[in-house]
Design a protein around this ligand. Structure first.
Ligand code: XMP
Length: 504
């Protein structure tokens, strides 16, 4: 089987590289830079990721032994951003601090098989502080941006390096360029989702054996697909626990009950009071996430004890891991509750996370392959901490009611306009700040709701959706009419980055 190893130097996008390679039907996995050894290089190609460091930083991730082995054994190698700097720096090139580029750049390419099928000018995504000033011996420039070399290659050895990021969607032909890289080195395209399912089933069976396991089912895409996959592996020994923390979307509890009660061993736990008590007065979203994550896990422990389950199954996916800063060289963006919220000690023999390496769109392909219904697999993602992270103020009945109803109105109107299914996510946010309104000729210092509707492929980057004005107007009018405390509605018009999808 063709295999590409991605060496992680801490970029937010490292796993996206592996995901793109899998998308091109080649098996790919990630290894953390300082842990990788020459023994790991029994693969068809290696990609060195980007990262937040400069090669001149104290403590910047490096691995000379690995780089030397790569070059000596002439393994097909692609360095991206920091990966390019480190590679060229260690081969005697010169990297300069500064000259930074951030965002979309225009790249002019010259003829090279890596750019096969592409036009002379390409839109690429850049995100770098340092840049390459002098090439090491044997290299030549094959593409340039306004400011610096954008791509280089070695004349004899199997090495390419890019300043831009081919793995992000903002690079218009990024996937094609990676495809060309695999073609140049004749890497066989023999990986697919069925292989992933078979391997996962084997792994889960081996890990759980004849024991019982409990899964945290939220009814969202990830946990539903995870539950279906795990149930396929261990059948009736899987027990699904759905916790109603009082922070769910409108109608969600009923939806989960209807969809799953005949498919899984399902238990619904009423825990609203417990969560609201723990969250009383808390406004910091990270704190809310931690509290909710902790409370969740305590409930599962209690349920598992009753059931006699020794394993906890979670639908954690890769963006949860990376944005929680759980990889060694990356920064914390947000602690997604099923990762960052976990307490230090777990009362389980083992934690099983079969989707940990996957992105949401891959999870959807998996769900589809497992024969799951579309309304589960293609629903909008919803964060585990629920509506608690869709309000900037404290969790209480009033705040949760407003944000739940406002979101339901937005979704209803988007469905009516035929837009809901074509966007990644749509929801309302309730701000704690008040704004002045005028209602029935009287001044009203009222509530303020924000709307966020984004398009994305994998949630790593996202664009706000340019909704028709009439739809926005209708949603706004309905929200201010039907929720009497709300006097203002705004719309987020920022992409990710710099904003994240969830504003809290
Ligand atoms: P951000 O806001 O990080 O969101 O751009 C990326 C995707 O992850 C979802 N999200 C979460 N999911 N727990 C979750 O289970 C969380 O704490 C959390 N925060 C964000 C978000 O809805 C989007 O789809």
């Amino acid at each position: 089987m063709g295999t590409v190893l991605v060496i992680d130097f801490g970029s937010q996008y490292t796993h996206l590289i592996a995901r793109r390679i899998r998308q091109l039907n080649v098996y790919s996995e990630v290894v953390e830079a300082t842990m990788a050894t020459p023994e790991d290089l029994d693969v068809d190609a290696v990609i060195l990721s980007g990262g937040p460091s400069s090669v001149y930083d104290k403590g910047a991730p490096k691995n000379d032994v690995l780089l030397n082995a790569l070059v000596e054994r002439n393994i097909p190698t692609l360095g991206i951003c920091y990966g390019m700097h480190l590679l060229t720096y260690s081969l005697g090139g010169k990297v300069t601090r500064g000259n930074k580029e951030y965002g979309i750049s225009q790249m002019k390419i010259s003829e090279d098989p890596i750019f096969k099928g592409l036009e002379e000018f390409q839109r690429v995504w850049m995100s770098h502080g340092d840049s390459l000033e002098k090439l090491p011996e044997g290299f030549r420039i094959i593409a340039t941006s306004d400011r610096a070399p954008a791509a280089i290659r070695h004349a004899q050895k199997n090495i390419y390096a890019f300043q831009f990021h081919p793995e992000v969607n903002h690079t218009e032909n990024g996937l094609k360029i990676l495809d060309n890289f695999l073609d140049i080195y004749g890497i066989s395209r023999d990986w697919n989702m069925e292989d992933f399912i078979d391997a996962s089933l084997e792994k889960i069976k081996a890990q759980v054996g004849d024991e019982k396991a409990v899964i945290a089912l939220s009814g969202g895409v990830d946990s539903s697909v995870c539950a279906t996959l795990t149930a396929k592996a261990i059948g009736k020994n899987l027990f699904a626990v759905f916790v109603d923390h009082g922070l769910l979307r409108k109608g969600e509890r009923q939806f989960v009950k209807e969809k799953f009660e005949n498919m899984l061993n399902l238990k619904i736990v009423d825990a609203k009071d417990r969560f609201f008590e723990r969250l009383a007065g808390v406004v910091d979203p990270e704190m809310k996430r931690k509290i909710i994550g902790n409370e969740f896990i305590r409930i599962f422990e209690e349920e598992a004890r009753t059931i006699g389950a020794r394993y906890l199954v979670q639908g954690t996916i890769y963006p949860d891991v990376i944005e929680s800063g759980s990889t060694k060289n990356a920064d914390v963006i947000k602690s997604h509750h099923n990762v960052g919220g976990l307490p230090d000690t777990l009362d389980f023999t083992g934690l099983i996370e079969p989707l940990r390496e996957l992105y949401k769109d891959e999870v959807r392909v998996l769900g589809d392959k497992l024969g799951m219904p579309e309304e589960i697999v293609f629903q909008h993602p919803f964060p585990g901490p629920g509506l608690a992270v869709r309000i900037t103020g404290p969790v209480n009945d009033e705040n949760i009611h407003i944000v739940r109803e406002a979101s339901a109105i937005l979704d209803e109107e988007l469905r009516g306009a035929g837009i809901y299914d074509s966007v990644w996510q749509s929801f309302a946010i309730l701000f704690e700040d008040r704004v002045v309104g005028v209602v029935g000729d009287q001044r009203k210092y009222g509530r303020f709701v924000g709307l966020r509707v984004v398009q994305s492929v994998d949630a790593m980057t996202a664009n706000f959706v340019k909704l028709p004005w009439e739809v926005l107007e209708k949603v706004s009018t309905r929200i201010t009419n039907e929720l009497e405390d709300v006097v203002a509605v705004s719309y987020f018009v920022s992409h990710k980055p710099p904003q994240t999808i969830e504003p809290c």
